[in-house]
Design a protein around this ligand. Sequence first.
Ligand code: ADP
Length: 477
Amino acid sequence: MKKILFVTSEAHPLIKTGGLADVAGSLPKALTELGQDVRLIIPYYQAVSLEQEPTFRSTIRVDNRDINILETRLPDTDVITWLVDYPELYGTPGNPYVDEQGEPWENIAERFAVFSRVAVEIAMNRANLDWKPDIVHCNDWQSGLVPALLSLEQDAPKSIFTIHNLAYQGLFPSTTYHELNLPGQLWNPAGLEFHEMLSFIKGGLVYSDRITTVSPTYAQEIQTPEFGYGLEGLLSHNHEKLSGIINGIDMEDWNPETDAAIYQQYNDTDLDKKQINKTELQKHSGLPVDPEISLFGLVSRLVEQKGIDLLVEILPEIVTTPIQLVLLGSGDSSLEHQLNGLSRLYPDKIAVTIGYNEKLAHQIEAGIDIFLMPSRFEPCGLNQMYSQRYGTIPLVRRTGGLADTVVDAMPDTLKDKSATGIVFDEPSTGALQESIKRSLLLYNDKKTWRNMQKTAMSKDFSWQNSAKQYLKLYESI
Ligand code: ADP
């Protein structure tokens, strides 16, 4: 059994802004179920939602501050969770990274430097908790200083650093370094310094014993200039300690057999029932009900990363073919505007909902035939996995986690029945359009389509699988 301290800035359902929270909410639970002793540590933000009052565990003195450690459980799990209670930094309204107005916290470097120092005290068993981990598992730049500070300690536990999205690095002016009282030994270009700035993420990349990211393909991609944001050299230099482990999905939340949000539950033995979801979705989206037409869907943040602009560009042309599209998302206001405009222009073809709507996301996954993910980059991606579980065929660009979880329909994969989707390479309108045409040909071959649906539905995207890979990694250090 390993003792693992999981350091994270968010964890579902306590506090969530994105995918990191899903991982931090699921992986510790899955590791616990594999018999490991996992403790979670997060800041006690005002926005953390708890079912019960946490209990007081200890007070520690860090960087001239008295900080309380409170204890709770991650809801619906046995995972002990330590909350870093220091109202001066975390007791303000807003989310972990921005204030109530949506402005990044001015003291964000201090917030996560203090948090990291507390994690180090716990890791070194100096927090009166009578527990010392074998492994400290850090996530994204907010906990990047932990491996760096641990490198200065005697008998420190081993550390792992996971990159959930390399686009966020925690970069600050060099003056911040001194304001945070960080040890001088770490300030050099082979350490926390990055082009004369302080880089939190470098602490994780340089000083951890292992680096992981959330898919094998993204692990390769971030070693290239296109995806590396200037860190590709460091990452390729460290390629021996870098690996990719795909995220799991919540197999209970996303189960077409029990999903209460959809119109008709179904499984892979009664796939005809999926059709009822299609009919209802067409009705509720204001599209003509047509069981034969291929119904495409997309649920996403509307940002450049997701390649929505490529789709917008070709929509006027592809609506001349027999298709419909249901789209749900929010984000970039220009993309929102263009999509709304297109749905007004082609009301029989395109239905657009701007906003965040969990229930509709489920209904779309259950009701459509083909899910679009033309992402420019995608560290892992979840919807392509939800789609497969719902017998919906994902059409994706070959990047990051999409490349690792979708098997392209090619003559050989169709023959050996391993195909589960349609994959294209170039991030271009031409390549996207070509793959949509290809998907229509496949869709019209009913037997082949049904085989693909069944293969997709039988795939195991559970957390158990991924947790075993993390455990292997812990054991290998
Ligand atoms: P990212 O973390 O980059 O946004 P992922 O595919 O990893 O992309 O995860 C996005 C998650 O958020 C998915 O579960 C997706 O269904 C959900 N989601 C995104 N936008 C919306 C929306 N407008 N309404 C409901 N769910 C959404």
